[in-house]
Every structure is written in structure tokens, then in C-alpha cells.
Design a protein. Structure first.
Length: 418
């Protein structure tokens, strides 16, 4: 009986110790088609090295807008995840409402953090009012994917590809002429947060709003040039009115010649295309000297206010920002990291970038990236929808580009004035 008693006590103590030692972190992320495998792999690696922490994922959000709305609703009931991954342009909505934790004190008091090798300029995309709220996890820029087999069939030279819109449109027209269900060109204008609309505006030297954020500015000459190009994608390059979920499959199937999208899809596209056909990536065309492209991607933010969970969450955030995690992220997705050590050191990504030209395209654009803009105030998401609807009217041929732009600007300004 004494022996059974001692065994029972030992089991109870062991169970209690295990419960006390394990801190569960609830983590929320978007775009499972891109990130599910990566997120699960990273969590497994971290918990294996840190058995006192467990990671529990919520059902992934479909996109950045849903991820943002979900946290806003959860904050009302006090049921937010401990860590959330948010689109770069959606951070300010949460920060304005005091939802995420300021990471600045944690970073300042942690010697390990200083040695992670994070790029100081890219860290700024997670900073507001000189406070670090988000740690950059995956960064992207818009690039051009080109099926060089189709280009060759159409009479083009894959070794001398155009770097301007007119040249790309002319090449697309030749691919369209091949027939047989092949399309020459698609621009994924409908991707999250008006990102590729901002790319057109920025690359022509424009901005989305005035410095005081009171006036819509993309109705200016840069925006006029941008909407003109969007119209030409339909009228000159023959772009069809299909969503980006269709265009990605068309490219992977070998039925699309030129495709403008984010670097985020590069890993998946490379794996799925395999040796079916050859393709290259080239830089996004700049409409003017000094033009820019918006940085896309997401940051990891800490939401938990529980001191014990904050300690575990900070350890996990540091791991996500480490060269090891950055290396896995790049090879799995196609995004590029905010970690200089990962990029430059041979044991991480230096050799990978040397031998994978398609992945180097995004790095070449780092010198002219701009902030992915989000309009301020409670109507920010409504403005995104207004712009999206107006762009669609151009792509679908329902409105002339200049008419659509005037309507978008007018509606956006009204929402901004409220």
C-alpha cells in the first residue's frame, strides 16, 4: 500500500510540475496556402528546443484584412491570441487602439536581441512613434514572373527581356497571338490592401495621401499615369478579368506568359512548376527615375498582457527573427528576410541567393522600397474596398481609366473627411 501511495504521489507531482512548466502560446496567422507548412515547422523546431512552451494555432485567416478584423473583434471580448502576424499596412489600426505590446523595453534589455543581425532600416516598418510594435517576419516586393518557354515560342528573346511596361505589353501581345488557351499578361491588381495599385502609383513617383493625411493624393499626375497603365494592361496587353487565385494556377500550368505578383509565391511556384517549363523573375518596372515599390509582407506582434506569457512570447518572437528561422522562411516561401546575418552568411542564405537568380530579384529592389500605406481612421478598410471596386471597373472595361480614378478619389476623400 505504501508503495502504491508513493507512486501515486509521484505521478501527481510530475503532472503538476509539467502543467506548471508549460506555457501555451496561442498564435494567429493569415494565408495558410503560403504559411501553413512554414508556421508548423517553425513551431515544432522552437518547442523541441524549448519544451516549457507549447504553440497552439488558431484557424488561419484567409488574408490580411480578415486577420486584422478578427483581432479587432477579439480585443472587444478580451480573447486575442498571444501572438499575431499582421500585414504591414494593418499594424496602425491595432496600435491606434492600444492592442499590441510595445516591444522596445524587451528589446533594449535583451543582449541576445542585439546579436540577431536584424536590418535596422527594415525594422522601421514595425515602428510607430519610435516604438517597436512589430518584428518583420517576411518581406516582399512586387516582381514580374516570365514564362521563357512561351516567350521563345512567341519570337522573344529570354536573354534580353524588356524592363518597361511598353516592352512587356508588346511581348504579351505576341504570346496572345499563339492562341490555344495561352494568355500573354496578367497583373494581380486585386491582391490584399490595394498593394499592386500602390505599386503603380509609387513607381510613377506618387504617394497615396498628403503628408498630413488629410488629402487623397493619388489623383495627381502619378496616379493618372498609374491608372492609364492599368487600362493598357487590358486594352494593349489583353489582360482578362480574372482573380489572382486563377492567374497563379494559369502561370503554374504554363498558360500565362507574363505575370506580375509578389515574391511571396516564388517558393510555391518554383516547386509546382518543377521542370515543366523555364521561367525567370525580373524587377518591377519603374515609371519614372526615383520611383519606388511598396514593401509587402507581415510582422509578428505580441498581444498578450500576461507577464508569464510575455516572457515565452518574447522568446518565440526572437526565434522567428533569427537567421535560422529567416533561412527556412525564405526557402519555403520566396519572401526575403529582415535579417542581414541570414542574407550574408554562407551557412544561412548567401550560397542560396548566389545559386537562385529568381530569388535575388527582390533583393535588388531593397534600395527603393516604400511603406505599404494604410489610410488612417475607422474608414481605412472601407477605403480599401472603394479603391478595389474602382480598379475592377477599369479591368472589367466598365469605366474609362480617368473616369474611374476621379470617382475613386472623390469617394476616398469623403471617407477620409469623416
Amino acid at each position: 500500500m505504501k508503495k502504491l501511495y508513493r507512486v501515486g504521489v509521484a505521478l501527481l507531482l510530475a503532472h503538476g510540475a509539467a502543467d506548471a512548466a508549460t506555457t501555451e502560446l496561442v498564435v494567429d496567422y493569415p494565408y495558410p496556402g503560403i504559411f501553413k507548412t512554414l508556421q508548423e515547422d517553425l513551431a515544432n523546431r522552437f518547442t523541441k528546443a524549448n519544451p516549457d512552451v507549447s504553440i497552439k494555432f488558431t484557424a488561419p485567416a484567409t488574408d490580411y484584412e480578415q486577420a486584422n478584423q478578427r483581432v479587432l473583434l477579439q480585443a472587444v471580448t478580451g480573447q486575442t491570441p498571444d501572438i499575431t502576424f499582421q500585414g504591414l499596412n494593418r499594424q496602425r489600426v491595432l496600435i491606434d487602439k492600444g492592442i499590441p505590446v510595445d516591444l522596445t523595453p524587451l528589446a533594449a534589455s535583451d543582449a541576445e536581441y542585439a546579436g540577431l543581425g536584424l536590418n535596422q532600416n527594415l525594422l522601421k516598418i514595425g515602428q510607430f512613434s519610435n516604438k517597436q510594435y512589430g518584428l518583420p517576419f517576411s518581406i516582399s516586393t512586387p516582381i514580374v514572373y516570365i514564362n521563357t518557354d512561351l516567350i521563345r515560342r512567341a519570337g522573344g528573346d529570354p536573354a534580353s527581356l524588356p524592363g518597361d511596361w511598353d516592352g512587356l505589353f508588346a511581348l504579351a501581345a505576341k504570346v496572345n497571338a499563339l492562341g490555344g488557351g495561352v494568355r500573354g499578361f496578367h497583373y494581380d491588381w486585386d491582391i490584399s490592401g490595394n498593394w499592386l495599385w500602390q505599386a503603380l502609383v509609387y513607381s510613377h513617383g506618387g504617394v497615396m495621401a498628403s503628408a498630413d493625411e488629410r488629402r487623397v493624393q493619388f489623383g495627381d499626375p502619378a496616379g493618372q499615369a498609374a491608372i492609364k497603365r492599368l487600362g493598357e494592361m487590358r486594352s494593349v496587353a489583353g489582360m482578362k478579368d480574372v482573380p489572382y487565385t486563377v492567374s497563379v494556377q494559369d502561370f503554374i500550368a504554363g498558360n500565362l506568359g507574363i505575370w506580375v505578383q509578389t515574391t511571396a509565391f516564388l517558393g510555391n511556384v518554383t516547386r509546382q512548376v518543377g521542370d515543366k517549363f523555364a521561367f525567370k523573375t525580373v524587377a518591377y518596372p519603374l515609371g519614372v527615375s526615383g520611383g519606388k515599390v511598396p514593401a509587402g509582407g507581415n510582422v509578428a506582434m505580441m498581444l498578450t498582457k500576461d507577464p508569464q506569457k510575455q516572457k515565452a512570447a518574447w522568446r518565440y518572437l526572437k526565434f522567428l527573427a533569427s537567421p535560422e528561422a529567416a533561412t527556412l522562411m525564405v526557402k519555403t516561401t520566396g519572401y526575403f528576410p529582415a535579417n542581414d546575418t541570414a542574407i550574408t552568411k554562407q551557412e544561412f542564405l548567401a550560397d542560396f541567393y548566389k545559386s537562385n537568380e529568381n530569388y535575388r530579384t527582390a533583393l535588388k529592389q531593397l534600395n527603393y522600397v516604400a511603406t505599404w500605406y494604410a489610410f488612417p481612421g475607422q474608414n481605412g478598410l472601407k477605403i480599401t474596398d472603394v479603391i478595389q471596386d474602382g480598379l475592377h471597373s477599369v479591368v472589367a472595361g466598365r469605366a474609362a481609366p480617368d473616369v474611374a480614378l476621379n470617382e475613386i478619389v472623390e469617394k476616398t476623400q469623403k471617407l477620409l473627411d469623416r
